[in-house]
Design a protein around this ligand. Structure first.
Ligand code: UD1
Length: 443
């Protein structure tokens, strides 16, 4: 799919529309000439991880739902296809999407779609809650290892779902959800979202303890409350949900993407640049601001804006990921790219995903000096990275390679960038506007 204004050699960064497969452009690559400071203003899109659960939540109420500020990404398109498969009608007008769930007839989310995006499992809770039935493929692993869904299943079973695993599918039949108390032993964004969506229509009261505080989840709870759900404790570690019989259709604006915003800040920092994010939410980015400042940047948050001036050379520091409000695992790879040119040795520890390090061998190809010890990466800063051909492996790993390439001497070619298109809207176009020498080519 080409976009108006793109030159014949450049390709659309936009995800294909819902009717097309998400892998229609799997062979695009990015060619980047490094060494240019990023300068200017960039508009941050709606958050992928906030849009996905709200899209799934449209299944909770029959009718016409309106979602604004939806990012046009392969992942949001995949969720649209999952909803269409169930019988919903999705219309996309720019970033305003309407979803009509009046005629949902199926309760099956098939393997073909779920395997391309784990977050498809978000439809499980809503389907059980509204239809008392669901048949959702098990998602399987991902690029950096196994990612279980036991918390989703155990939690829904505690709500009386009686789920079975049948030939790779999670199956619920004749389900009548009933309130219960669930204390998560691991903080899970997805399980909190799924259980929350299930509990709003369950009979009686559900208590969810040790829930995720990620802004995406708080925003979901707020949207549900606007539609008539009774939820106490929104924004705290304990949610108390009093089930209601039905909900009104959703009218919501998706919150800004804090990970996209943080990635641009890191891109400015690594290129000794100076940029301003527009349409962002600084209150969601505190831990990232802190790390970037410790590495020598100056960050100035304002009202729905944030500016950064990057250091001449970043300083080394230790970073540990943690659930929100901690430093996000979704920024670990990008900050590793930044610290790979730091003056000194840094240690990055990922406590959320212990083996999320597929970017390490690729950063090493660009000259980074990184050693892995379990869930820690010891990064000895080098004065400069050098351009080389590399391969993207997942969304954030791809972003890290782009950042590394922007600072590297010479040309870097990043292949398999369809991962990038899953999570960043018009990333290459936005970077080009900030002065990056970046081109999308077909391999
Ligand atoms: C979401 C985000 C993803 C981010 C992650 C952690 C979306 C669509 N994706 O993923 O970008 O990297 O949060 O911030 O919002 N776990 C279990 N059992 C489960 C579920 C999770 O053990 O049933 C573990 C995971 O292996 C991981 C931890 O819990 O160690 C956190 O994962 P979780 O918050 O559930 O991640 P996702 O919701 O899948």
């Amino acid at each position: 799919m080409d976009v108006g204004g793109a030159s014949p050699r450049t390709r659309s960064p936009h995800a294909p529309p819902a009717a097309e497969a998400t892998n229609t452009e799997p062979m695009d690559a990015l060619v980047i000439q490094g060494g240019r400071a990023l300068v200017g203003r960039v508009q941050i899109s709606g958050a992928k991880n906030a849009a996905l659960p709200v899209m799934a939540a449209t299944l909770l109420a029959p009718g016409l739902h309106t979602l604004r500020n939806v990012p046009r990404l392969a992942d949001t398109s995949t969720m649209a296809r999952v909803l269409e498969q169930l019988g919903a009608r999705v219309e996309m007008r720019g970033s305003t999407w309407t979803i009509d769930t009046s005629n949902v007839q199926s309760v099956e989310a098939p393997y073909d779609l779920v395997r391309t995006m784990r977050a498809s499992i978000y439809v499980l809770g809503p389907l059980l809650a509204r239809f008392g039935a669901a048949r959702v493929s098990l998602p399987g692993g991902c690029a950096w290892g196994p990612r279980p869904v036991n918390l989703h299943l155990d939690g829904l079973n505690a709500l009386n779902a009686g789920l079975e695993i049948d030939h790779g599918y999670i199956v619920g039949r004749d389900v009548r959800l009933k309130g219960a108390t669930i204390d998560f032993d691991v903080v899970s964004v997805g399980a909190t979202g799924n259980l929350l969506m299930a509990a709003v229509l369950a009979e009686g009261t559900t208590v969810l303890d040790n829930v995720a505080l990620e802004p995406d989840i708080t925003a979901l709870a707020q949207v549900l409350v606007q539609c008539g759900a009774h939820i106490d404790g929104v924004g705290t570690r304990r949610l108390m949900i009093h089930g209601v019989k039905n909900l009104a259709p959703i009218e919501a604006t998706i919150i800004p993407d804090r990970i996209e915003g943080a990635t641009f800040l890191a891109a400015a920092a690594i290129t000794h640049g100076s940029i301003t994010l527009e349409h962002c939410e600084p209150a969601h980015m505190g831990a990232v601001f802190e790390v970037l400042e410790q590495a020598g940047s100056t960050v100035l948050p304002a009202d729905r804006e944030a500016s950064i001036s990057g250091p001449r050379r970043p300083g080394a520091l230790d970073v540990t990921t943690a659930p929100f409000p901690g430093f996000p695992t979704d920024m670990q790879a990008q900050v590793m790219a930044l610290l790979s040119i730091a003056d000194g040795t840094s240690v990055l520890t990922d406590t959320v995903y212990l083996d999320r390090f597929t970017h390490v061998p690729e950063l090493q190809r660009l000259g980074a000096d990184i050693r892995l010890e379990g869930n820690r990466a010891i990064v000895k800063g080098v004065p400069a990275l050098q351009g080389a051909p590399v391969m993207a492996t997942d969304i954030r790993a791809s972003a890290a390679l782009v950042l590394a390439a922007l600072s590297a001497e010479g040309e870097t070619r990043i292949s398999r960038i369809y991962h990038l298109d899953r999570g960043y809207e018009a990333f290459d176009q936005k970077l080009a506007k900030l002065g990056a020498q970046i081109q999308r080519v077909q391999e």
